[in-house]
Design a protein around this ligand. Structure first.
Ligand SMILES: [Zn+2]
Length: 275
């Protein structure tokens, strides 16, 4: 190298250094927007630190010598500074903004848009059951953070889409849809344990799989469930079949991913996230 270029070369190394240091997990999963994931460095140490976000325990993994918190950011989070708590330490991280598109859906069954009082009672009970499942926190370390696609097929409706049913706004789309035919087997994208099975008003036939430490998959609108509550699953095992039970306009596979009780974009974990 000509001597005159040496300082430039050194400068390049300095500029590149922070990029090279970003861990594999950070590069793959750090998408700090509402409905995304923040990877927060907790530093080195012999024992796994515990961390909390919004008072809820957070997934903590080790990469090389460093502990990393994998924080789910709820769709309702305001952009700006958010804070992770690790014991008495407050660890701020920045949440960017993301604009989610709108979708208008027509349902023939008006009761699925404006449920009757008996339906509402049922919906409340079912919601409580599902929230409890999302809040469960087991000590198991997930087998893999980069997840397999539960089915092979094109994505249809994306995560976070604001949805209007027959013109009325309802909850945003909390998961990712795949356009696949009825009967297609749905495979668990990581090892896990079945923590809840149900047949719900909105979600139809549903299975919750706990991958460990609050990292939870939910599959719904299934035609058939092939597992039992409490069953331990190996990555790739079939949990059930694609269907259109519950509030669905046709057969598709709906998949939610949750971290610390925050529903986040499953696309992040299959390398399909779009900012
Ligand atoms: Zn869906």
């Amino acid at each position: 190298m000509p001597r005159s270029l040496a300082p430039l070369f050194a400068l390049c190394l300095i500029l590149l250094a922070p990029l090279a240091q970003a861990s594999y997990i950070t590069r793959a999963l750090n998408k700090p927007v509402p409905g995304g994931v923040a990877v927060v460095d907790l530093g080195p140490g012999a024992n796994a630190p515990s961390a909390r976000f919004d008072g809820k325990p957070v997934l903590v993994v080790k990469e090389q010598d460093n502990w990393l918190a994998i924080v789910g950011i709820p769709l309702t989070q305001k952009p700006g500074t958010a804070t992770l708590t690790q014991g008495t330490r407050q660890l701020p991280f920045n949440v960017g903004s993301k604009k989610y598109p709108e979708q208008r859906i027509t349902l023939k069954n008006q009761r699925q848009v404006n449920p009757n009082p008996a339906d509402l009672k049922r919906i409340d009970r079912e919601l409580a059951e599902q929230i409890k499942a999302y809040r469960s926190f087991s000590p198991t370390l997930p087998s893999n953070l980069i997840l397999d696609k539960p089915v092979n097929g094109p994505l249809s409706s994306k995560f976070g889409v604001r949805r209007f049913f027959n013109g009325e706004e309802r909850n945003p789309h909390a998961g990712l849809d795949f356009a696949v035919p009825a009967g297609t087997p749905i495979k668990t994208p990581a090892n896990g344990k079945v923590i809840l099975i149900g047949d719900y008003f909105f979600n139809g036939r549903t299975v919750f799989v706990d991958h460990g430490q609050g990292f939870i998959s939910m599959f719904c609108h299934m035609s058939k469930i092939d597992v039992q509550n409490g069953q331990t699953l190996r990555r790739g095992e079939v949990v059930g079949r694609v269907g259109s039970t519950g509030r669905a306009t046709g057969p598709h596979m709906h998949w939610n991913v949750s971290l610390n009780d925050a529903r986040v974009d499953p696309a992040i974990f299959i390398g399909a996230f779009q900012p």
